[in-house]
Design a protein around this ligand. Sequence first.
Ligand code: UDP
Length: 258
Amino acid sequence: MSRRRQIYEGKAKILYEGPEPGTIIQYFKDDATAFNAEKKGTINGKGVINNRISEHIFTLLGHIGIPSHFIRRLNMREQLVKQVEIVPIEVIVRNVAAGSLSKRLGIEEGTPLPHTLLEYCYKDDALGDPLVAEEHIACFGWASQEEMQDISAMAIRINDFMAGMFAGIGVKLVDFKLEFGRVFEGDFSRIILADEISPDGCRLWDIKTNEKLDKDRFRRDLGGEAEAYQEVARRLGLFPEGSSEVTDLNSERKKRGK
Ligand code: UDP
């Protein structure tokens, strides 16, 4: 692993050069950050779980025709993906008011929205990923109008699919974040889904109790974050009891004394 060239280290992942040109290896860390990295910590086993959950969701999305950077999972913490040029926009998809939307507009957390809301944030850590309008995206050329059409249409399809998938396992999909990238084919480029989809970037509430099963447990010091991530994976049918991955995950946690 040490011989590989590291391309980038982010808050939750490290990117390494992949085995073939145009590929990248995503390594999922246990590190967790919140509030623009003002709060830092670790969630034991998170990287393993997020790698598996993201693989699962990207694979299912592929089955309904959503193109993504995902190629295959390599091991417990790594997946092989296509290299993309990341569109510098975070797409936030909301079904229920929570987090920054509730704060900004004074809408009580948990209020269902009359229809799905898409918001865009400009990806810039120094600026704290500010909310922007489509007009800003066009004005500063962060994405073309055609690209934004593809992005918004894909985001709505992804939401429809994921909301149903999570409802089927007793989880309410409150909101989540998506990132997209460009792949170049000759003179043309097309937009594909990139990054990851995991409880790090989604709000997932138990349908009956509204118990939070996502990174808000870490953000809001609620405790039990590792268990919540594991519960999401369990309900999705990943890491079946007795599988070697569960044993590995538990021994990894024991080693760390947690
Ligand atoms: N989100 C994310 N990364 C970010 C900002 C938001 O993954 O940099 C996710 C977050 O987990 C939540 C949704 O996007 O599921 C909406 O987040 P919100 O705008 O409410 O921001 P927050 O309250 O998390 O600061």
